[in-house]
Design a protein around this ligand. Structure first.
Ligand SMILES: Nc1ncnc2c1ncn2[C@@H]1O[C@H](COP(=O)(O)OP(=O)(O)OP(=O)(O)O)[C@@H](O)[C@H]1O
Ligand SMILES: [Mg+2]
Length: 463
């Protein structure tokens, strides 16, 4: 297969072009008119097509069209006589990669050629990388047979056929992000980007910048314009994870994004309009947050056009064995122990557990069991579920070790902080003043942290 097809009616010029390109190591085929070029393009693929615009039996535009039909990624370079640059411009509008004016300067030709081939190589590499990434990190299969779960999945499928804003509700670890990704994959936007932002993980001061980007010079350190997540999600899906933690200060801007698809970069005056679908998720009770005036009611109503609730695992126990088996298969094959099985007793223990950390907790539990088990059957003691039912989960059960160290540490710190606050509140009989004193913080700090961590409590003042 040749690398390059050169289409030129003047024999001497065609021979010269061919010699130049061959001297660079390219394999070249020739066509003397548009008809022959089309015929060759139907039978072969070329990295680059170099064509004159004025040709017998058609024109360079026909060649351009045929090349792009045969291979949308083909790079087409057109040659144009001096004084007819407007034709070259038209060719570029129709998809030509670049143009050369005649008489052809060979250095310029080789430069464009090398660039076109490089562009092609990068594109191929990108496609391969994307495929590889899909294979390695592709969406896990969504498992679940329980009617309550199927109902949620069906709602996601229905929503995928529309462009409506979707709000996914569910406890931690129930699969909200997986559902959001699945929704995107099933939607007409699947070829576009899926861009996620976790509203709880990013400090308030940085969140607006992350969401909407900034202009050069918007603040010290803003050396260049930067696109935010909303901009990156153009033609795709923007996933606003943990929307319940979105600070009030940003809620109006998100409302405008959801409603008008419009926003401004930080430090910018120009209004940008994007084409995106918003999917939001939270494990908090937004209605309650609205009642507490922590969440704008207009934003809440906008987001709840299409709410989907994923039931916790304890409400769909029938799915536990299914999910456990799938995790077992995966983790066991990861460590090269495909024969590993769940014992009947272990299966029963799994069914009895309450799974406050839901599917994620189940996955972590199975992963740990695979490591702890030396034999070929997983026994109840490998699951380490003992007593967890009465005492609630241990930290290790609900710790999510995925992501960067910073993320893991932040989650762990929040989990510990949450436990400490709850305990102090419990011991103080719900009296925030006394609880705060015990913790060595002010009452307003306590209230703020409770809000941030989604902890409910009695009235703010002492009773
Ligand atoms: N139905 C399911 N089938 C297969 N895997 C699932 C299912 N539900 C959840 N998972 C897996 O469980 C893990 C947790 O899911 P995910 O991160 O989507 O939950 P989440 O609700 O976003 O949790 P959090 O509130 O903690 O962010 C992921 O590894 C996900 O792939
Ligand atoms: Mg999540």
């Amino acid at each position: 297969m040749a690398d390059i097809l050169v289409v030129e009616d003047k024999d001497s010029l065609r021979a010269m072009l061919r010699a130049t390109m061959e001297s660079r190591g390219y394999a070249v085929e020739e066509a003397a008119d548009a008809y022959e070029a089309r015929r060759r393009l139907q039978g072969s693929r070329y990295l680059v097509v170099l064509t004159d615009l004025r040709l017998p039996a058609g024109s360079g535009f026909d060649v351009l069209q045929a090349a792009r039909e045969a291979d949308p990624q083909a790079s087409v370079l057109v040659m144009t006589a001096y004084g007819t640059v407007d034709e070259a411009v038209r060719a570029m509008k129709e998809g030509a990669a670049d143009f050369l004016t005649k008489p052809v300067d060979t250095d310029h030709l080789l430069l464009l050629l090398d660039r076109a081939v490089e562009r092609r190589r990068l594109f191929t590499e990108y496609v391969l990388l994307k495929e590889e990434q899909q294979r390695r990190f592709g969406l896990p299969r969504v498992l679940g047979e329980d009617p309550a779960f199927k109902e949620a999945l069906l709602a996601i499928q229905r929503a995928a056929a529309t462009d409506a804003t979707v709000l996914i509700l569910g406890e931690s670890g129930t699969g909200k992000e997986l559902m959001a990704r699945t929704l995107h994959q099933l939607s007409a936007r699947s070829k576009g980007p899926f861009v996620a932002i976790n509203c709880a993980a990013i400090p308030e001061a940085l969140l607006e910048n992350e969401l909407f980007g900034h202009e050069k010079g918007a603040f010290t350190g803003a050396h260049a314009r930067k696109a935010g997540r909303a901009e990156l999600a153009h033609r795709g899906t923007l996933f606003l994870d943990e929307i319940g933690d979105l600070p009030l200060s940003l809620q109006a801007k998100i409302l405008r994004l959801v409603q008008e698809r419009q926003f401004e970069r930080v430090g910018g005056v120009q209004t940008l309009t994007v084409d995106l679908r918003v999917v939001a998720a939270t494990n908090r009770d937004l209605k309650e947050a609205v009642a507490r005036k922590e969440f704008r009611d207009d934003l809440f109503f906008r987001l709840s056009v299409f709410p989907v609730t994923i039931p916790p695992l304890r409400r769909r126990r029938g799915d536990i064995p299914l999910l456990a088996e799938a995790s077992l298969q995966r983790f066991a094959s990861d460590v090269g122990r495909r024969g590993l099985e769940l014992s009947e007793e272990a299966r029963r223990a799994l069914l009895d557990h309450s799974w406050p950390g839901n599917v994620r907790e189940l996955q972590n539990c199975i992963e740990r069991a695979v490591i702890l088990c030396d034999g070929d059957r997983i026994l109840p003691e490998h699951l380490r579920l003992g007593g967890a039912r009465e005492d609630g989960p241990t930290l290790a059960d609900v710790l999510d070790l995925s992501g960067t160290l910073a993320e893991v540490t932040r989650r762990a710190a929040e989990a510990a902080e949450g436990e400490a606050l709850r305990r102090a509140l419990r011991e103080a009989g719900g009296d925030r003043g006394r609880a705060a004193e015990k913790l060595g913080i002010g009452a307003s700090t306590l209230s703020r942290r409770m809000r941030a961590l989604g902890i409910e409590g009695g009235p703010a003042g002492p009773r």
